[in-house]
Design a protein around this ligand. Structure first.
Ligand code: SF4
Length: 621
């Protein structure tokens, strides 16, 4: 077996892309509305104390998983229900729900995980398995660089897994793993982690259709932890090919969207003035060079994914149903160029938005106007808009003028709405009055976020054919999705965000017209209103402003109200999805809902460590 270690060197060779599921078949019973509420789940994450009890649950989880329909990846809600079924059968308490759910997930995916060749698998180990006092290993951008001293089991797993061909990481955090998966380097994960980490991985990895097998740590103490070692060895060395994939997956489509900005980039959008290895471009080539770099790097490529997945859903669903090996999933260049144009328009808007809001970071690096200057950034944003038009036009011959013009019209409408929303936000920020109603805030959200989703979804469907059946659904669905997404972002602002280097409460400090602020004004008494006005007019001592604002938000229950609004967005978008045909498109809409409106359980009180997004180089051998 060849050894395929991770090369511990810095590189940009894996482009950033991620995401993360379910759907409903024609023959399946009518979908049920899913009631989700963000809540602490720590009371559900106990691990049984005895091996006997853990084995008992494992046995029942395996038996239960045999009865499941495996044609589609499961949702978090389905998994939770299955976990409760197993606990009921065994007459065990709810506190083992997380543990039980992980084991059911394992047996749902086990056959497909075992069918992945070793060299296409990743072994993900937690650094807390190390010998806490004596470990000589150091941390680097990949996590813990184990020196294989033999003092803990990490070395045993690592040596054997690398002999077999696995990529091995001693790290935590699904973003880094998802980047590697979407980059096309691995197809499945064998992971050891505590239940806190595994809970997050369910939304990011399993629901996207990535075959995985997880061995839970016995505790989440983050120090000298233990596990049932035999459970790792049960699967580490096993390989059993399957004649064909059992479960649909969005991974091939995510990879296709990723390749647009990687392997296919220069072919789809040839450079005119610059070269892609220009270290110091000439003044004539500078703008193009920065714009291409900005377009090719960074971001989740979520909008191009929507376009490709929508096109795929109504043209035979080869991407969705083809299995993880559908590497050569072929889209016409015209479709790829339109998907790329959506990203160009989106990135242009972000460059300008960052200037207007004077944001410091984007995609983990400095914003363009901070890296260069405002004039350069405005010009690069304009250049990206031009690239978007050029890409759209270059697809015209293939698509036909009618289709190209319809897509262009939707893109133009998105652009105008986005500017209206951004303008409304800035106008409100420049006022010193507090007359922002929740409806105002939601309208701003609908204008700022929904149009890009709408343009992406419409473009994919229109390029495939007539969209008259979807004319009402598309804008309504995207509006609910966009509004819910923006509210979740507001809630996230109160946690900070390691990946984008956000500081907790940053939006509040800059007094963006968030729904949280609007709800607080609506519910505040006179004293609280007075305090809110004072906070808005202060210009220094940001931390005390944030803490005062947080207290008012808590007192006026705006976090709970915002949660309820996200839930409403979810229910409404699900109701629209339920009416859609064909089944593959409905499945995509549900996947978007689950991805964009993923309930981040334990959101505000969780302090699980995770690695920041970093560039990786993986030996592809
Ligand atoms: S085997 Fe590796 S991780 Fe474990 S103590 Fe030694 S160097 Fe540290």
């Amino acid at each position: 077996m060849s050894i395929a270690p991770i090369e511990r060197q810095k590189s940009d060779s894996i482009p950033i892309a991620e995401t993360s599921r379910d759907g409903l078949q024609e023959s399946a019973p009518a979908p049920q509305k899913r009631k989700r509420k963000r809540r602490s789940t720590s009371h559900l994450k106990f691990v049984p104390e005895t091996l006997d009890e853990r084995e008992r649950i494992k046995l029942e989880a395996e038996r239960y998983a045999e009865t499941l329909d495996k044609t589609k990846p499961f949702t978090r809600v389905e998994l939770e229900k299955w976990g409760r079924d197993v606990l009921d059968t065994l007459d065990l308490p709810e506190k083992f729900l997380g543990f039980t759910s992980v084991l059911i997930g394992n047996f749902f995916w086990k056959r497909q995980f075992l069918s992945i060749p070793f060299e296409r698998r990743m072994l993900l180990l937690p650094h807390c398995l190390k010998h806490a006092e004596g470990c000589p290993a150091e941390y680097d951008e990949f996590g813990l660089d184990c020196e294989k001293c033999g003092a803990c089991s990490i070395a045993d797993y690592k040596v054997r897994a690398e002999q077999l061909g696995y990529k091995v990481l001693v790290a935590e955090g699904s973003p880094i793993v998802l980047k590697i998966i979407v980059g096309g380097y691995i197809d499945g994960i064998l992971g050891v982690a505590c239940l806190n980490v595994l809970e997050k991985a369910i939304d990011k990895v399993l629901i996207a259709g990535v075959p995985s097998y997880a061995v839970p740590l016995h505790s989440g103490d983050c120090k000298n932890t233990t596990l049932d070692e035999s459970w790792v060895w049960d699967v580490l060395e096993e390989y059993e090919p399957l004649p064909e994939p059992e479960t649909t997956s969005y991974l091939p489509l995510m990879r296709s969207a990723n390749r647009i900005f990687d392997d296919d980039f220069d072919r789809l959008l040839p450079r005119v003035r610059s070269k892609n290895d220009d270290e110091k471009p000439s003044p004539l080539a500078l703008t193009e060079s920065i714009a291409y770099d900005w377009l090719a790097n960074g971001g989740k490529r979520f909008r191009p994914f929507i376009t490709l997945a929508a096109y795929d859903a109504v043209t035979g669903a080869n991407g969705l149903n083809g299995g993880l090996n559908s590497e050569q999933l072929a889209f016409p260049d015209s479709v790829l160029r339109v998907a790329m144009s959506i990203e160009a328009f989106h990135k242009a808007s972000l460059v300008h938005d960052d200037i207007e809001d004077d944001d410091m970071y984007r995609y983990g690096r400095q914003t363009l106007h901070r890296q260069y200057d405002i004039g350069t950034a405005i010009n690069v944003g304009d250049h990206l808009i031009g690239l978007g038009y050029r890409l759209l036009n270059s697809a015209r011959t293939d698509l036909g003028a009618d289709v190209a013009c319809d897509v262009l019209d939707r893109m133009a409408a998105a652009h105008v709405k986005l500017c209206d929303g951004q303008g409304a936000e800035m106008a409100w920020q420049s006022q010193t009055t507090a007359d922002l109603s929740p409806l105002d805030a939601l309208q701003i959200y609908a204008l700022k976020t929904a149009p890009a989703f709408e343009a992406a979804l419409y473009a994919g469907l229109r390029m495939a054919g007539d969209t008259s059946n979807y004319d009402e659904m598309i804008p309504a669905f995207c509006r609910h999705l966009g509004v819910g997404f923006q509210i979740l972002n507001d809630l996230k602002d109160w946690q900070g965000d390691e990946n984008n280097k956000l500081i907790s409460g940053q939006d509040a400090v800059s007094m963006r017209p968030t729904i949280l602020l609007a709800l607080a004004f609506q519910a505040a008494d006179d004293r609280q209103k007075q305090a809110l006005s004072e906070i808005m007019q202060q210009e220094n001592d940001d931390q005390s402003r944030i803490e005062r604002l947080r207290q008012i938000f808590l007192d006026t229950e705006v976090f709970d109200k915002a949660d309820a609004l996200v839930e409403k967005s979810r229910i409404r978008s699900e109701a629209l999805a339920d009416e859609v045909e064909p089944e593959e498109l409905r499945q995509l809409l549900y996947f978007l809902i689950d991805t964009v409106l993923a309930p981040e359980t334990n959101q505000r009180d969780d302090e699980e460590p995770s690695l920041p997004l970093v560039p990786l180089t993986i030996n592809p051998q």
